[in-house]
Design a protein around this ligand. Structure first.
Ligand SMILES: Nc1ncnc2c1ncn2[C@@H]1O[C@H](COP(=O)(O)OP(=O)(O)OP(=O)(O)O)[C@@H](O)[C@H]1O
Ligand SMILES: [Mg+2]
Length: 281
């Protein structure tokens, strides 16, 4: 489902939440919408969903019933889980079994929860149920606003698999701060800052520019000058860390092992957002 946004603006009192946003998202695109807290991601999605009034024009090239949306904050509902599932299934003409199957694969036992009030579920269970309802719908456009923010690592892994399997053909708009989701689910990145688009292009290019590696070593030797001289910062419990780019990682990790391997009690290498870290040293 194609999406066209032209000169979208939104003010909340004195806050310019969205400033003149023009975007074209082709049908079938997989897009990550990213940016710091308060940059306007949720507001932009709410504009798309027709949930807030705004300046400019937002066009969805398809039917609204072909859109599934998982909001960042679960709505307050007094309905029971069973009633909610029934209502969505009726509305969408969806077999209940399909929702149950997806929920089970997210480790959410719908039959056991049917009589519980939705608002009494844990944050993670609420999110799993909303994801299950969205994915079971097999929508043409899937909009997920930080869908995994309250999920544990196991549930996040299950979500990634299901998403790839059940929404392979859908147009996807995913708000996420998680690099592993951006890397494995999207091919395009739109970055917002302060209500304006600051990047709109291939995910690979964005990741190459913005993603770095945090190399952490646990040093148990007497003299940490080798680490200090190479810009490692001392942390707690013998850990030292340094942010590097890809080339730096390939050079630094073997060098550390060669030079100080016998004095290293542990080593961790993980991808991080360089902007959050404040840049590579
Ligand atoms: N209903 C509202 N009333 C007043 N201000 C709002 C409202 N909704 C959003 N804002 C403001 O608009 C700006 C953008 O908020 P928005 O929720 O879109 O950011 P976000 O990028 O989704 O942030 P986060 O990463 O924290 O979810 C913020 O300054 C926020 O305080
Ligand atoms: Mg948000």
């Amino acid at each position: 489902m194609r999406i066209g946004l032209t000169h979208i603006g939104k003010r909340f009192g004195k806050v310019d939440a969205l400033r003149d946003i023009t975007l074209e998202i082709p049908s079938g695109a997989k897009v990550a919408l990213i940016g710091p807290n308060g940059s306007g991601k949720t507001t932009l999605i709410r504009v798309l969903m027709g949930l807030v009034d705004h300046r400019g024009q937002a066009v969805l090239g398809g039917e609204r019933r072909d859109v599934a949306y998982v909001p960042q904050v679960a709505p307050h509902m007094t309905a029971s889980v069973g009633e909610l599932v029934r209502a969505i299934c009726d509305l969408r003409g969806l077999p209940r079994k399909r929702v149950e199957d997806v929920a089970r694969r997210l480790d959410l036992p719908l039959d056991e929860l049917a009589r519980r009030e939705f608002r009494a579920l844990s944050g993670g269970s609420k999110q799993k149920l909303l994801i299950a309802l969205a994915l079971a719908t097999r929508p043409g456009l899937l909009i997920l606003d930080e869908p995994t923010a309250s999920l544990d690592a196991d549930a996040r892994g299950r979500f990634l698999l299901l998403q790839r399997e059940l929404a392979a053909d859908a147009t996807l708009i995913l708000c996420s701060h998680r690099l592993e989701e951006i890397r494995s689910l999207v091919d395009h990145v739109i970055a917002l800052e302060d209500g304006a688009v600051v990047y709109d292009g291939p995910a690979s290019e964005y990741l190459a520019r913005r993603v770095g590696t945090l190399v952490e070593v646990r040093f148990r030797g007497e003299d940490p000058s080798w680490l200090r001289d190479r810009g490692f910062a001392a942390g707690v419990d013998g850990w030292w860390s340094k942010a590097v780019d890809r080339a730096g990682k390939l050079e630094l990790v073997p060098a550390a092992i060669r030079a100080r391997g016998a004095e290293l009690a542990d080593l961790s290498v993980r991808d991080v957002d360089l902007v959050e870290l404040g840049g590579v040293s």
